[in-house]
Design a protein around this ligand. Structure first.
Ligand code: PMP
Length: 410
């Protein structure tokens, strides 16, 4: 075995050894976001690049109290191995919340607790995608899903995302011409675009899928973060046997706890549980117990209301700065919720060039091209508003605007 030879802090000398990796690795993109986040660690940088929830809205004191209480009351059990499916009272809580929030009938048996909702995407890939199988997803699409599914070597089919949701004609055409295993989408405040599917488009998409074997993977990471507080229906309401929902505590509690879940019809759940066992036996049980204790002792609705009010304000500040400082030729979405605004620059302007120039001004943005499975999007940017104060938003957008103006005039 050869060891890398350290040559300085954080550096390793590359040895002459060649390693042979599975072919799937060559087809899987490195997370561009993670690479960019390394650049943005410098505290002088105002970063709109990542997708972090606001640190001010992580309820550390009450999570600490919940953790202390679980450990004091039931420490040995909470630190022991546990069931693959997850802590049943927590699954019951999630099921009850679907009923209350969306009127959906979900049984706790249809819920599997995962290590973040990102793990759901890996498990879904394992269970459904063989090499060369067909998968459809939104264009632009969530980078973490592109990465998770790529490991299973599918053939991707993009479906253009309009302001009111995915293009129904393109979706219908794709599933008519290919045996598409699933269509993956984010109906609420999509990452990266911030787009929310309209009520009509949801019904239309369900109607198209209903006539096929294609499943809908409904990634609902942002469903609780709709600023008007009004939830639109899940596709499970229309096509329950064909819909898998993924959910997350990351945006409403704390991402570091790595708590997510998947809701699936029982025959699919059986397969997901096998994949989960092979992957990690079960999710972090201590985190599950702490999350449940927190949910029992705190009012999560009040907490979510605080998050919504804060993000809504941050969005408004960012939109008004964009309207004030950006040239008219720059377009941007007006998200109803979530954490991102999607910016489209004039065709001739490269978002990579904007990224490079903005970093020199201590502002980080995320170029949009990695969100396109079939190339393109070279003039798009994803801008995060949840992780910056009002003051930073103003300063950062003003600086970004002057960078964009310079690029427009080149
Ligand atoms: N889906 C979407 C759309 C996301 O934006 C994210 C986080 N960026 C995830 C899933 C994964 O989140 P987590 O694993 O923290 O639940």
């Amino acid at each position: 075995m050869s060891q890398p030879i350290p040559t300085g802090p954080g550096q390793h000398q590359v040895t002459g050894r060649k390693y042979t990796f599975a072919p799937r690795m060559a087809k899987t993109p490195k997370s561009f976001i993670r690479e960019i986040l390394k650049v943005t660690e410098d505290p002088r940088i105002i970063s709109f690049a990542g997708g972090l929830p606001s640190p001010a809205l992580i309820d550390v004191d009450n999570i600490a109290a919940a953790a202390a209480s679980v450990l004091a009351k039931d420490g040995q059990v909470a630190l022991q191995y546990s069931t693959t499916e997850g802590y049943r009272p927590l699954r019951q809580f999630i099921a009850d919340r679907y009923k209350k929030r969306l009127g959906l009938e979900v049984s706790p048996d249809e819920i599997l607790i995962t290590n973040g909702s990102q793990q759901c995407l890996d498990l879904i890939g394992k269970v459904f995608i063989g090499t060369g199988d067909h998968v459809a997803m939104e264009r632009p699409g969530y980078l973490g899903a592109i990465q998770a599914f790529s490991l299973f070597e599918p053939i991707f089919h993009p479906v253009i995302l309009h302001e009111d949701g995915p293009d129904p004609v393109q979706l219908a055409h794709t599933i008519r011409n290919y045996p598409v295993r699933f269509f993956y989408g984010i109906p609420n405040s999509q990452n990266p675009s911030g787009i929310t599917y309209s009520a009509e488009r949801r019904m239309e998409i369900a109607g198209i899928l209903e006539k096929s074997e294609t499943l809908f993977i409904e990634d609902d990471a942002y469903g609780e973060l709709n600023f008007n507080g009004k939830s639109l229906p899940s596709l499970r309401q229309y096509i329950p046997d064909q819909t898998i929902i993924t959910g997350s505590f990351s945006k409403i509690l704390a991402p570091g706890m790595r708590m997510g879940w998947v809701v699936a019809p029982l025959p699919i759940m059986e397969q997901l549980v096998v994949a989960k066992q092979a992957s990690d036996l079960h999710s972090n049980y201590l985190s599950q117990r702490i999350a449940f204790e927190y949910l029992q002792t705190q009012n999560i609705d009040t907490h979510i209301e605080k998050i919504r009010a804060s993000y809504c304000h941050q969005r408004d500040v960012m939109l008004s700065c964009m309207a004030e400082f950006f040239p008219d030729t720059v377009l941007f979405t007006r998200p109803q919720g979530g954490m991102f605004i999607w910016v489209t620059l004039p065709e001739s302007v490269s978002s990579m060039a904007v990224f490079d120039a903005a970093i020199k001004e201590n502002v980080a943005v995320l170029p949009g091209s990695p969100f396109y499975i079939d190339g393109g999007g070279n003039n798009t940017l994803r801008i995060n508003f949840s992780n910056s104060t009002e003051e930073k938003i103003r300063t950062g957008i003003e600086r970004l605007a002057s960078v964009i103006k310079k690029q427009c005039n080149q």
